[in-house]
Each structure stands twice: as structure tokens, then as C-alpha cells.
Design a protein around this ligand. Structure first.
Ligand code: FES
Length: 109
């Protein structure tokens, strides 16, 4: 059952953080906070978003995420299809800050 309790998610090594509940994926919660985790398929198959949990617990929203048993043991997750169960520290060195929104387009004469 998804939790509505927000957890603090820390991105390492940048040290950025955002709040996430047990509903939306970590990628989506990060995006809402202006943090971009690398993605492509967003359905747990391409592995572009693969990162590692350094501290805390996450769970996958799909039954068969594209991870080997060894990767799971090492704490790897696919944040496009994972959600937090506790506060997390995740290693995602390719995460970036979202660019600021574009200014409104000027109206013609
Ligand atoms: S974006 Fe493809 S597995 Fe996450």
C-alpha cells in the first residue's frame, strides 16, 4: 500500500535532496523538485536510470524490473519504476538540475 508520508531523498554525490512519498516514481518526484534523473523508457526495461541505494529502502512498482539478482543484492534500483519506503540516499552521479523554465514567448505586434 503506497505511503503518503513524505521521505527525504538525497542524491549522491551532489548532495541535492527532494521529498517523495510512496506513490509516484522517484524519477517523477525528483522531476517535480527540479532534479533530472537520466531516463529513456521510463518503464523499467532500458536501465538508463539505474542507480544504487546507499541507505534506506525502496521498492519497485513493477514485478520484473530489468535488474539481475546480483544488481538487486548490491542495492541497484531503477528509479523510473521505484518508490521509497523510507528516507533514501541514492547514488546517481549523472543526475542534473532541470533548466529554469523558459520565459513566456513575446506576443507579436
Ligand atoms: S528509464 Fe528505462 S529503466 Fe528507467
Amino acid at each position: 500500500m503506497p505511503s503518503d508520508t513524505p521521505f527525504t531523498i538525497v542524491i549522491e554525490p551532489q548532495g541535492w535532496s527532494f521529498e517523495a512519498s510512496g506513490g509516484p516514481s522517484l524519477v517523477e518526484s525528483a522531476r517535480r523538485a527540479g532534479i533530472v534523473l537520466p531516463t529513456s523508457c521510463r518503464n523499467g526495461t532500458c536501465r538508463a536510470c539505474l542507480c544504487r541505494v546507499l541507505r534506506g529502502q525502496a521498492r519497485h512498482l513493477i514485478e520484473w524490473p530489468g535488474l539481475s539478482a546480483e544488481e538487486k543484492r548490491e542495492g541497484c534500483i531503477l528509479p523510473c519504476v521505484a518508490t521509497p519506503e523510507t528516507a533514501l540516499h541514492i547514488e546517481a552521479p549523472k543526475a542534473s538540475r532541470a533548466p529554469p523554465p523558459a520565459p513566456p514567448a513575446a506576443l507579436g505586434p
